[in-house]
Design a protein around this ligand. Structure first.
Ligand SMILES: [Ca+2]
Ligand SMILES: [Ca+2]
Ligand SMILES: [Ca+2]
Length: 483
């Protein structure tokens, strides 16, 4: 069968192609508008997710300082701070706040959920998108330093605790409490100490869970001039007719553990305190070579009691003492320095003492030790740092003089030679940086929880060495952590 020849008519073909093109165009336009809409909305959502993240970050940083004592205040502060950053909760605002449990009790997590209006996505019926962003902040308390024991500065530890009178020159070894770099009398400076503070030194007396009651005793708490550094506590008058007036105070725990200066005074059932000022050569009570009770607290809560010592009035002299704390029942408390400790060594030989407690949470960070004015003894003086296993770590160090210039530096196995005259670190600041490895661990079998680092201080001859020691983890104490 023969069919009719098929003739392709040009105009019909054009018509068909044009129709297809129109359909194609319509489709492409819809597609492109959709893509454009999606791109615009995606950008908008991204901008808003950053805004919510920033509000969550600020809220977490604002709240974390109230933990662990005041979780409700932490949450209220988070809502306030988040609101100030544009995400108001509840009536008048449409953000919601939740608090996911953080991995550690010194951390605080905030999640903010808020609706974000869309533009083009409305075409597809999507008027808002709900977005949630979460942030976690943590605070790192100052490292406990000086001692995990219930005493500080006793003879068995190989050093005394110390404080100078307010017009003692800094180069004598009291970094903070003397107003003078150069003194012109016992009541005036010709050059001021830029690091002077009138609040002296702070100690943390930690009452553990399961203990009750607390007694804080002081040995040789007042100033009794021995006329020589080498006898007994070595209280000493650098400038004839000078002395130290010494004031003590005991404070109860509060909800701001980062700040020891705002705690309420403790109430003492027995003892001289909660505050007591020893006049020079005080005979009432006479604490020379003897212990006296500063404060007994019958009813305690577990936590951080605070002991402060400061010197007042005039004088160019130094007062040495020791601190001891006991609970009335249950496990013993610990006495350690807050931020820095001021000590005096006048015992011949090697003193090995606890420097700082560095928990495993600090793995990967830098531990910085600061030693002011070490090495005041004849013969060789070697300072060696020991990690929780008793090993000598790697460190780098530099030595700054009073003008800030670098006198010396080095790195390697962390043993620092402070022997005069080659390494005269008189009046100098020795800064030691120890990088903690990413896999840093405490010593599970070690004493006092196994996280304490020690200092081995070897003197060839009897020293008379006032020093101030500090230990800290480098970085901001309050910061965000990765979620
Ligand atoms: Ca406080
Ligand atoms: Ca004394
Ligand atoms: Ca010294």
């Amino acid at each position: 069968m023969r069919g009719r020849p098929t003739t392709v008519l040009p105009w019909k073909a054009e018509e068909g192609e044009r129709g297809a093109a129109l359909v194609w165009l319509a489709f492409m336009m819809t597609f492109l508008i959709g893509v454009a809409a999606f791109a615009v909305d995606l950008g908008w959502l991204y901008v808003n997710s950053s805004r919510i993240q920033r509000a969550a970050d600020a809220a977490a940083l604002g709240g974390v300082t109230y933990l662990p004592s005041f979780p409700a205040t932490a949450q209220a502060t988070a809502v306030d701070v988040g609101g100030a950053n544009g995400y108001t909760e509840g009536i008048g605002g449409n953000a919601t706040y939740t608090y996911p449990p953080p991995p550690e009790d010194y951390q605080f997590s905030v999640a903010i959920t808020a609706p974000v209006s869309t533009f083009f996505l409305r075409i597809f019926g999507q008027n808002t998108v709900s977005m949630t962003r979460e942030a976690t902040a943590e605070y790192i308390l100052p490292l406990p330093i000086g001692s995990p024991e219930n005493e500080f500065g006793t003879q068995s530890q190989g050093f005394w605790a110390a404080i100078s009178a307010p017009f003692t020159e800094r180069r004598q070894g009291g970094f903070y409490e003397g107003q003078c770099l150069v003194s012109s009398s016992t009541s005036a400076c010709s050059t001021s100490n830029p690091d002077f503070r009138s609040t002296g030194y702070w100690y943390s007396v930690e009452v553990p869970v399961g203990a009750s009651g607390l007694e804080i005793d002081l040995y040789d708490a007042g100033y009794y001039d021995r006329g020589t550094f080498f006898s007994e506590t070595g209280d000493y008058d650098y400038n004839t007719g000078s002395d130290v007036t010494t004031t003590w105070a005991v404070y109860a725990p509060d909800g701001t553990p980062l700040d020891p200066t705002d705690n309420p005074l403790a109430s003492c059932s027995v003892g001289l305190g909660p505050t007591f000022t020893f006049t020079p050569e005080d005979s009432s009570p006479n604490t020379r070579n003897t212990w006296a009770t500063l404060c007994r607290i019958t009813s305690t809560v577990p936590g951080r009691y605070i002991l402060n010592v400061r010197s007042t009035g005039t004088g160019y002299a130094t007062n040495q003492y020791a601190i001891r704390a006991d609970t009335l029942s249950g496990p013993a408390p610990s006495v350690s320095g807050i931020n820095d400790i001021s000590i005096f060594a006048n015992v011949n030989g090697t003193a090995t003492f606890y420097m700082a407690e560095v928990a495993e949470v600090h793995a990967g960070k830098d531990l910085e030790l600061v030693i002011f004015d070490p090495g005041d003894a004849s013969g060789t003086n070697i300072i060696t740092i020991l990690d929780p296993y008793g090993n000598v770590p790697f460190c780098s160090f530099r030595v700054e003089n009073e003008t800030g210039a670098i006198d010396d530096s080095g790195s390697g196995s962390c043993s620092i030679d402070a022997t005069k005259p080659g390494n005269d670190y008189d009046a100098d600041i020795v800064r030691v940086t120890i990088p903690l490895p990413a896999n840093y661990t405490c010593n599970a079998g070690g004493a006092f929880g196994g996280c304490w680092w020690q200092i081995r201080y070897q003197y060839q001859q009897q020293p008379s060495d006032r020093t101030v020691w500090e230990a800290r983890i480098k970085g901001n104490p309050i910061h965000l952590v990765q979620n």
